[in-house]
Write a protein that binds this ligand. Structure first.
Ligand SMILES: *[C@@H]1O[C@H](CO)[C@@H](O)[C@H](O)[C@H]1NC(C)=O
Ligand SMILES: *[C@@H]1O[C@H](CO)[C@@H](O)[C@H](O)[C@H]1NC(C)=O
Ligand SMILES: *[C@@H]1O[C@H](CO)[C@@H](O)[C@H](O)[C@H]1NC(C)=O
Length: 402
């Protein structure tokens, strides 16, 4: 009796010791695997391409598991960080569409879906009457492209401070919405904002990679408004401060919303609007110019091929980056996708509008576009038609080997 009590207590002691050792080993194992995880992130951060691939793969495997683990103390918060860093592997495209911009916006979105191979998340902020139409079309495209993108269609909203009606009317209907994206999309880290009158002529990855080229203080990327002081608008006419020598165009904007929130971007917008409202001509673009005039270190300027407008070719070809690498994003400013004045811009839009997603890119888009451009060679922009299709040609060669 006494003996068996002894052996039981001995067993309990040994069991306890073993448990402690076992526990210790387990804890160490978890710590070291965490360290491995975070090292991997740090290590890959400098190598943009590898990082994307690496993280992209893990995302598919374990996003759900990671989410369910988030409440588990330190390990959970590490995983949360890991998940946030994976958000960087998807491309977020945002557009604000109101009034009669439905079809133009859809053509732009089509061009984005077409060239993007990374996970693409599309955010449309739309006037109430357009919301249902956007949802319907995007749903059809999502099905027909084998779920190659995700999307959200949200109503236009403004922060409560300030006069909402006044904001709505500033410049074109609802263009000022974009100034409030850091607040309105509070759970989004970064996005590529484009005006509705833009078209992608090459992969979005090519635009998005500029996030990796920004330094720690830069929170947005924009292109110069002009390349040449003789034709510049801001340097000749503006009655308010603007960025740099010639100002910036806001049609294609990479926005790191995390950094913009840290900067309290929205708190700058309202006072600047109040101070300059009688002096501004181009609405939200002027406000952006004024803010970056006072904070030039926060802006990264990328080349004109990311926001190519009629100004770049209507008199003579002034955008060197487009000449060498082709246009990445075409911006049909001043209605040039729809009017007669810039036939080359109209030709591109027409080809993209007619193209059906999922059909042969080479025959139905590339060749058609070239044929339409061929008819515009009597214009200055048409004379340099190869720069419109160069990025696409490169994409097709790389992707389909044609
Ligand atoms: C659709 O996507 C799934 C996985 O995402 C893939 O297995 C399948 O082959 C794709 N189908 C087509 C027709 O591309
Ligand atoms: C945006 O900035 C935050 C904070 O600096 C950073 O963690 C994040 O990686 C940046 N996003 C992108 C896409 O570069
Ligand atoms: C980022 O670049 C800008 C422009 O070159 C510069 O003014 C700023 O000091 C840089 N910031 C950092 C943290 O290097």
């Amino acid at each position: 009796m006494c003996r068996s009590m002894k052996s039981i207590s001995r067993f309990v002691i040994i069991f306890s010791i073993l448990s402690v050792i076992f526990f210790y080993v387990i804890v160490n194992y978890f710590n070291s695997s965490q360290a491995g995880l975070s090292n991997q992130i740090v290590w890959t951060d400098g190598l943009s391409n590898n990082r994307r691939e690496l993280i992209g793969v893990s995302e598919v495997q374990s996003n759900e598991e990671l989410l369910s683990l988030q409440n588990y103390g330190e390990l959970g918060s590490r995983l949360h960080m890991y998940k946030n860093s994976m958000q960087g592997s998807q491309i977020v495209l945002a557009v604000v569409a109101c009034g009669d911009r439905l079809s133009e916006t859809l053509v732009m979105i089509k061009s984005a879906i077409l060239f993007t191979q990374k996970p693409l998340n599309i955010i449309v902020l739309a006037d109430d009457p357009l919301i249902a139409s956007f949802k319907e079309k995007l749903n059809v495209w999502r099905t027909s492209t084998n779920h190659s993108f995700t999307y959200k269609v949200l109503p236009i909203t403004f922060p409560l401070q300030g006069n909402t009606d006044e904001w709505r009317k500033l410049f074109k209907p609802c263009a000022s919405q974009r100034l409030f994206l850091p607040t309105v999309l509070s759970d989004v880290d970064s996005l590529l904002y484009v005006d509705t009158d833009t078209l992608f002529l090459g992969p979005l990855e090519d635009v998005w990679r500029h996030f990796d080229l920004m330094n720690a203080s830069q929170m947005a990327a924009l292109t110069p408004e002009h390349e040449d002081p003789n034709t510049g608008w801001y340097n000749r006419f503006a009655k308010h401060p603007y960025y740099g020598r010639l100002g910036v165009n806001s049609g294609v904007m990479l926005m790191n919303l995390t950094r913009m929130r840290a900067f309290s971007w929205t708190n700058y917008v309202v006072p600047i609007y109040k101070e300059y409202k009688l002096k501004i001509t181009w609405g939200d673009q002027d406000i952006i110019n004024i803010i970056f005039h006072f904070h030039p270190d926060k802006l990264y300027v990328y080349p004109c091929r990311y926001n190519y407008r009629p100004d770049h070719c209507m008199y003579m070809s002034v955008c060197k980056s487009a000449e060498s690498q082709g246009i990445a994003v075409l911006h049909g400013s001043r209605g040039s996708f729809h009017a007669e004045k810039q036939p080359a811009f109209r030709a591109i839009y027409r080809a993209m509008e007619e193209y059906q997603l999922g059909t042969d890119l080479y025959v139905n888009l590339f060749s058609t576009m070239r044929n339409y451009l061929e008819l515009t060679t009597s214009t200055n922009c048409g004379k340099i038609q190869h720069i419109f299709t160069k990025a696409m040609q490169h994409f097709i060669q790389k992707t389909y080997g044609r």
